[in-house]
Design a protein around this ligand. Structure first.
Ligand code: NAP
Length: 258
């Protein structure tokens, strides 16, 4: 039987808000493969939720990091260096847009709303990758982020988050080119809709879930666990030839025309 063994390898996971978070499912799979993990939460107010959602993961480290703050990011990667000595896996599962920018007309997105959404949801992958790279030296590092079909298509209410995901997917390609010579791979998972905190902020999210169930080739929605499995594959050496790509984990919804 083919097993993935990540004993002696280290990962840093951003984006566990609670037990439903896609990052929580990814963390579970990585931990089950033997990796030692650190989880970054946004601020003190959210520490307890992250703590609870990751409590079954042995020996995990919790670190506070608001990805809009360079000093937080530097301190976080510094702590990872101190504690782990290096890094093999980086999981970027972070996104944000103001509630008013996830409903109504896209053209009404404010300058500040646009800036915030792109900074948190796309730009943050750049400083994370820059800080991860020296820690991944000589270790076959792997970085993944989470995207959505709204990067490629116009999706009602997804609005500025679609713009942010388009930037994110292009950043994945650009970073793959940057970091490939250092043997670091960068990929995205484009996940189908899953009922999480972030998803509930999108106006009409429940309708999206229903439409996927009706129209996706597999006639159902995906589970967090399926995202976890795909992430484990992309992060592992099984995907050693894959970089700069977006893997759709959406029960095939993205291929359907009519
Ligand atoms: P989630 O559980 O709400 O996770 C979103 C995470 O982003 C939270 O942990 C949130 O932290 C974090 N975040 C937001 N602003 C931050 C900041 N300034 N600093 C640090 N962290 C910050 O929702 P999720 O669905 O798992 O989302 C994870 C990723 O998957 C996102 O990129 C999302 O766009 C993507 N995705 C989700 C779906 C879906 O349907 N659920 C589909 C495709 C792609 P706090 O809660 O602590 O603020």
């Amino acid at each position: 039987m083919l097993t993935i063994n990540h004993q002696g390898r280290f990962g840093l996971v951003f984006g566990v808000a609670n037990h439903r978070s896609l990052a929580a499912a990814i963390g579970e799979k990585l931990a089950a493969s033997g990796a030692r993990l650190a989880f970054a939460y946004q601020n003190e107010r959210l520490r307890d939720m992250c703590d609870k959602a990751t409590q079954d993961i042995p020996d995990r480290t919790l670190l506070e990091c608001d990805v809009t703050r360079d000093d937080d990011l530097e301190r976080t990667f510094g702590r990872v260096k101190e504690e782990f000595g290096g890094l093999d896996f980086l999981v970027h599962s972070v996104a944000f847009a103001q509630r008013e920018d996830l409903e109504g007309a896209y053209r009404n997105t404010s300058r500040e709303g646009f800036r915030l959404a792109l900074e948190i949801s796309a730009y943050s992958l750049l400083p994370m990758s820059r800080l991860a790279a020296p820690l991944m030296e000589g270790r076959k590092g792997s970085i993944i982020t989470l995207s959505y079909l709204g990067a490629e298509r116009a999706v009602a209410s997804y609005n500025v988050m679609g713009t942010a995901k388009a930037a994110l997917e292009q950043a994945v390609k650009q970073l793959a080119l940057d970091l490939g010579p250092s043997n670091i791979r960068v990929n995205a998972i484009s996940a189908g809709p899953v009922n999480t905190l972030a998803a509930r902020g999108i106006s009409g999210f429940r309708d999206i879930l229903k439409i996927y169930e009706e129209r996706a080739p597999l006639r159902r929605n995906i589970t967090q666990e399926e995202v976890g499995n795909a992430a484990l594959f992309l992060l592992s050496d099984l995907a050693s030839g894959i970089t700069g790509t977006t893997l759709h984990v959406d029960c095939g919804y993205h291929i359907v025309g009519y």
